[in-house]
Design a protein around this ligand. Structure first.
Ligand code: ZN
Length: 176
């Protein structure tokens, strides 16, 4: 089932529950840059009272999709940052297949988004903070690397974790 070894993903081996799931692997400057773009997207959600989650999709060094959570703004339960970024990326060069693409998202994807990411055949998800409540990249369950699926998505986490988490914390403190 596993196509890539852990070395192919992170450059070093770490003890994890799946060979394609690595924590705090050596992120590049570009990784940080893309996550900062995702954080900027997340900020936009605040303007309409949505939980600040943002995502960008990168392929061949280019951002081809962006999204931020618009569930409240659109009264649409599917309007998660990842889904909106996937839609934009699909329209970008005329294809829903996103082989080789990497999704940067501030919060661990939920089961709905994880399933969409698998169906788009994306190469990798890099996220900021874990979501113990709903995370489908290993926290609650791991749909990105589900044994029955025919496609595995590599996972890395902890990129810009503090910034991603502070944004969420501030939002929920203000809501109280
Ligand atoms: Zn989601």
């Amino acid at each position: 089932m596993t196509v890539l070894g852990p070395d192919a993903v992170s450059g070093r081996k770490e003890k994890t529950d799946h060979p394609l799931r690595t924590k705090r692997a050596g992120f590049t400057e570009r990784d940080h840059l893309y996550m900062k773009e995702a954080l900027e997207e997340a900020q936009k959600a605040l303007a309409h009272g949505d939980v600040p989650v943002g995502a960008v999709i990168v392929r061949k060094g280019r951002i081809i999709g962006r999204g931020h959570n618009r569930r409240e703004a659109d009264q649409d339960v599917t309007a998660h940052a990842e889904i909106l970024a996937l839609r934009e990326a699909g329209a970008y060069d005329g294809g829903w297949r996103l082989e080789g693409a990497v999704l940067y998202v501030t919060l661990e994807p939920c089961p709905m988004c994880a399933a969409a990411i698998v169906q788009a055949k994306m190469a990798q998800v890099i996220y900021g903070v874990d979501d113990p409540r709903l995370g489908a990249a290993g926290s609650l369950l791991n749909l990105l690397q589900f044994p029955g699926f025919h496609h595995d998505v590599a996972i890395r986490s902890g990129l810009e974790a503090e910034a991603c988490s502070n944004l969420l914390k501030d939002f929920f403190i203000e809501k109280r």
